[in-house]
Design a protein around this ligand. Structure first.
Ligand code: SAM
Length: 226
């Protein structure tokens, strides 16, 4: 993992930067709403309306996606590397949702999750993969999420073949910025196959303006959700 990114998120400044991002910029608020709709579309596409079991939201950040997870599952584990963000998620959920029972909080790194195989019927992991510097670790990230999932997994990654990345790569010849930390759709397909999953659906956050891609994976031979 990139140590600078990890320690930034795990700081008061990281908390302030991330939470304010959505307050300050109307474009981010729009993105946020759009992403919410996109996750709901993915859930509907696989008929995920009610999950009888436990869901994992990792990284939960300050709990931006908690309401969506709660819509489909009564028992949720909110998890993140950052103590400040995890505390913010807990505080927000306790005030807005009147301390909903059935929600737990775990501070951990996604690289080595302290959960048994198949612990969660539904796993949501939004906007972490593109922060992981090493290719091998991005693969490990997906493997860990699949290991703890016994039903569905929704995750995002930055797609190497996206228009945004190709344009970025072209410009890199002149500006010498670091490459984006990407994965290829075929790698996700292969990872899914090897780990007993299949891709049910995938959606771009935006075809031209974002390289982020959502994938919805289902464990092969998974038991029904309810
Ligand atoms: C861009 S935020 C996304 C948070 C949330 N999913 C959302 O959409 O609002 C990235 C999050 O990843 C967390 N994070 C970074 N590295 C991590 C790791 N190795 N394990 C778990 N969480 C990590 C950060 O603390 C931060 O909350």
């Amino acid at each position: 993992m990139d140590k600078k990114i990890l320690s930034h998120y795990n700081s008061a400044k990281g908390l302030a930067d991330y939470t304010n991002k959505f307050k300050r910029h109307w474009t981010e608020r729009l993105n946020n709403r759009h992403e919410q709709q996109l996750i709901r579309r993915l859930l509907r596409s696989a008929l995920i309306t009610s999950v009888d079991g436990v869901a994992l939201d990792l990284p939960c950040g300050y709990g931006r996606r908690y309401p969506i997870v709660r819509e489909v599952c009564q028992h949720v584990v909110e998890s993140d590397w950052s103590f400040p963000l995890l505390s913010a998620a807990k505080a927000c959920q306790q005030s807005k949702h009147q301390t909903r029972t059935g929600t737990g909080y775990v501070r951990t790194t996604v690289m080595s999750l302290p959960f048994i195989d198949g612990a969660f019927k539904f796993v949501l992991s939004v906007r972490l993969c593109h922060h992981i510097r090493e290719h091998q670790e991005r693969i490990q990230y997906f493997k860990e999420l699949m290991r703890v999932s016994s039903g569905f997994l929704i995750a995002t990654y930055f797609d190497s073949r996206s228009f945004k990345n190709r344009w970025y790569e072209y410009r890199r010849r002149f500006n010498r910025k670091r490459p984006k930390w990407t994965l290829d759709y075929q790698e996700i397909e292969e990872l899914s196959r090897v780990n007993g999953f299949e891709i049910v659906a995938s959606l771009w956050l935006s075809r031209f303006f974002s390289g982020h891609r959502y994938v919805l994976l289902r464990k092969r031979n998974a038991r029904p959700l309810v």
